[in-house]
Structure formats: C-alpha cells, structure tokens
Write a protein that binds this ligand. Structure first.
Ligand SMILES: [Fe+2]
Length: 473
C-alpha cells in the first residue's frame, strides 16, 4: 500500500487553525526567543560521564515478570507521547491510543481542550470504542448494553435505569464517570501520564523543548502515520535506533554518505546524538566517490551529483550553502533555516524521549519513532512511524490515514519514492530486530555488553532499572 506524503520537504509553512496549537507555539517562542536562541551543539571534547560498565542480562527483553514491573513502575509514571494535536479540529473529535494493556480515548471536549479517559465501560468493563482509531461523536456509547457517556467523561444514560436500586436517586456522577488521565501538550503532541501526581510535562522533558523549539515541530503536519507489530521487545527496538555503532553492520551503504562517529549527550532522563549527513564515515572519510545513496541524498536537497566535483565529505557544506542561498533569495520561507546553525542545516539531530519515543529532526521535517509495549507478550511491540514536514501556506497537507501492519512489510512499497533513502535504512533496521529478540533468549547469551558509542543505550537501561527500583529522578 502506498502512503500519501508531501510532494517535497521544501514547502512553505502551513497557516495554523488550531488555537491549542497557537498557544503551544507561543509558549515555545517565550522559552526560546527564537530570534537569538540557537540549539546548542554537542562538544565532542567533553568526556562522557562514567555511568558504569555492567552487562545487562537478556532476561529483561523476554521475561513476563520484568514486563509486569515495567508496567507498574515505569509506563504508569512517565510522560508518554500520544496523538498529534492536528488530529483534533472539532469538538467531539477523538483518537484512540493504546499503551501496553490499556486503551485511552483522547477527545476534544471543548475548543482548545483535549482530555483523555480510559477506554473502558464502567458497567461490565468492555472497551467502549472498538476497531476504530479516530472519529467524531456527540457522546460515547458502549456496544454491550448501550450505556453512554458525554464527551467530557460524565455519565449520560443507563438503559432501564430504574432496574438498578443503586441509581434510584439518580446516576452517581463520581462513581460512573469515565476515569481520566493527565494530559498536556508540547511540540504539537498530546502527552499523557497515568500518574496524576507526576511532575509537570515541561519539567519532565528537561531541556528538550528548548533545544527543539527552533524547528517549530508544532507547525509541522503529518504525512505518514503507520504502526507496525514487531517481533521484538520494545527495548530492543529503542536500542536499535539509539546508537550509530551499528551503521557498518546493518547499514554499510550509509558509511559512504553519513558519519557514524556521532556526537553523544545525556540530557537528564533523555539523550541525543548528532550525525553528519552528506559526509562519509571512516574509512571512506576522504573519498571523492559519490555513492548511489549519497547521490540520492544530494538530489533530495537539490544538488546535482553529476556536476558536483568536490570531496564527498563536503556535500554537507553544499547543503548548508544551498539553504543559506534560499534564505537570501527569499525562498523556502516556510522552513526555519534562519533559526538554524550551519550544523543543523545539514546534520541529523536525534533526540530520545525517555522511555518510548525518538525523533530524527531536520529543519524540513521530523521522523518520529514511537515504541509501545505489547499488551501481553514481551516478545512483541508496536513501532509507530510518524513522518511530518513543514508545508507551504498555499498547500493543503494530505489527509493522512493511519495504517497498521501486523506482518512484515517492504518499506519501498510503503513510502513515496522520494523517501528512497529512508525506506532503505528503515528496512534494514526492521529486518534486524526480530533476530536480536531471538538471540537474547538463548541460554548461551551472557548479557548485553556496551561500549562508549552505546552510552545512550546504557543510560536508557540504567534509567529503567532506576524506575523499577522505585526511583523517579
Ligand atoms: Fe539503524
């Protein structure tokens, strides 16, 4: 199946309609004063902190007991990325979002306000909304006995109410209201935390909102929204994207157009890395060869590989020059090039939001990878791929249908041909993770050994252990 997507990244900014989005955007403006604020780079000369050297046993990736502990101590107490705000435009619009064993209804209850409730009937416990991810309703009705709720979660009606002696004096609102969870917004996303006493979202996200504000993620619009059932634990999926050490093994072609020697930084619970794009890795660093994938990348940002005569490692400089020239010529005004450093124009800033989301961030758009635990099986997870871009004010973003795949797919059949480079890389990562899941369950596996290039992976597992021990900060 082909997923519609924007015809190009380089399109002007979409005018916003959503008030909540606008408020969100203003908040970011205040935080960053984007006229002067620049996302900090990473000083590669600053030594990494010593966060240990122990091996992590394979058990954490397949044990049902470990999975149960994660649910109770981790997922219930962290801020998690939910739907995009752009999915709500009218009162009554709802999105169903599942996490582990739970299903939640996110609904616009009034203009400017999205709330979230457990998707469970307070009568006999059936899921209220089934087999439908989005829609618009005036009220929710359970399909079992037709009990109904207003969109603000209050009880609306119980058929044959008089047959319940408990309700003789009216329907008890507190008792029958849908259970709600805490939500907040940042970056054009609705975030949620099952623990009502958790620290505020912006405090939890630490410096990430400041770092990412210049990209104006809240103004981007989604053009791919897909979920894949993967045959691996959710942490195997997280780990597969949080280091570049695997380039030479899984993505050998990437070595000729991207620098695997990433700059790494731990940011509180979270972390980030920066990889040069348009610059090869060692041992190809000094080559003048323009590989097939490098040529595809050059075409993507408007540089003709046929006429380019410089060394491969200076392709990234050419992208910076092209983008600066676009600004000087008054082109690409929808893109935040003016708020970017040279490095941001060419290189990928990869941020990991503990515990369940990561983003490859570019001035033109953001690729989000969200990792959700399976409801019952530690050997499976849900991997969401959400691709967003800046669109011009005169171009309506595509209407995006969420698609779900419970079987192995070929990304080239899935994504637009202009996303050839991304399709190729994502395929390699997707094919890899089930083989890791099989291996970590082996009696012969002695546990995960991690080096300096994998410090983000180590930090992630340290953080999980920290939460599982009952600590949060
Ligand atoms: Fe990869």
């Amino acid at each position: 199946m082909m997923i519609d997507q924007a015809s190009a990244w380089f399109l002007p900014l979409l005018a916003l309609k959503d008030c909540q989005d606008k408020a969100d955007r203003r908040q970011n403006r205040r935080m960053t004063t984007s006229d002067t604020y620049r996302t900090p780079s990473i000083d590669a000369d600053v030594p990494q902190p010593d966060i240990g050297s122990k091996r992590f046993s394979g058990e954490r990736f397949y044990s049902p007991e470990f999975m149960a502990k994660e649910w109770g101590q981790l997922w219930r107490r962290t801020w998690n990325m939910g739907p995009r705000l752009e999915e709500f435009s009218a009162v009554g619009d709802f999105v169903i979002h599942n996490l582990g064993q739970e299903s939640f209804i996110f609904v616009m209850t009034q203009e400017n306000l999205v709330q979230a409730f457990y998707n469970v009937c307070q009568h006999r416990g059936k899921r209220i909304v089934c087999n439908q991810r989005t829609g618009n309703v005036r009220f929710f009705q359970c399909g079992f006995h037709a009990w109904s709720w207003n969109i603000d979660g209050s009880i609306k009606g119980v058929p044959d109410q008089q047959t319940y002696p408990q309700f003789r004096n009216g329907l008890p609102q507190d008792e029958l209201a849908l259970s709600d969870i805490r939500v907040d917004t940042w970056g054009g996303w609705v975030w949620f935390n099952i623990d009502g006493d958790a620290e505020p979202l912006l405090q939890y996200l630490d410096v990430l909102p400041n770092h990412i504000a210049p990209y104006r993620m809240e103004d981007m619009r989604t053009f791919v929204n897909a979920t894949f059932l993967w045959d691996c634990n959710w942490k195997i999926a997280v780990d597969a994207f949080n280091e570049s050490y695997h380039f030479r093994g899984i993505h050998p072609e990437m070595m000729k157009w991207s620098n695997a020697d990433a700059k790494l930084e731990i940011l509180g619970k979270h972390s980030r890395m920066i990889n040069e794009y348009g610059a090869p890795s060692k041992p190809h660093r000094e080559t003048r060869e323009i590989s097939e994938r490098m040529a595809a990348y050059m075409r993507y940002f408007g540089l003709d590989p046929q006429t380019y005569e410089g060394p491969a490692k200076e392709v990234r400089i050419e992208k910076q020059k092209i983008n600066r020239q676009q600004v000087a010529d008054g082109l690409a005004r929808h893109l935040p090039y003016n708020d970017m450093t040279d490095e941001q124009l060419s290189d990928v800033y990869h941020y990991f939001y503990f515990p369940g989301a990561a983003q490859n961030i570019f001035p033109e758009g953001v690729n989000t990878f969200r990792y959700r635990p399976h409801e019952t099986d530690p050997n499976k997870c849900y991997y969401d791929l959400i691709m967003m871009g800046h669109f011009p004010p005169d171009q309506e973003p595509p209407k995006v249908e969420h698609v779900y795949f419970d079987h192995k797919v070929q990304y080239v059949d899935l994504l637009d041909p202009t996303l050839e480079v991304a399709s190729f890389i994502l395929q390699q990562d997707a094919d890899n993770v089930p083989e890791v899941q099989q291996g970590v369950q082996s009696e012969g596996y002695k546990g995960m050994v991690l080096g300096d290039q994998e410090i983000r992976v180590r930090h992630f597992h340290n953080m999980i252990d920290h939460y599982l021990e009952g600590c949060e900060s």
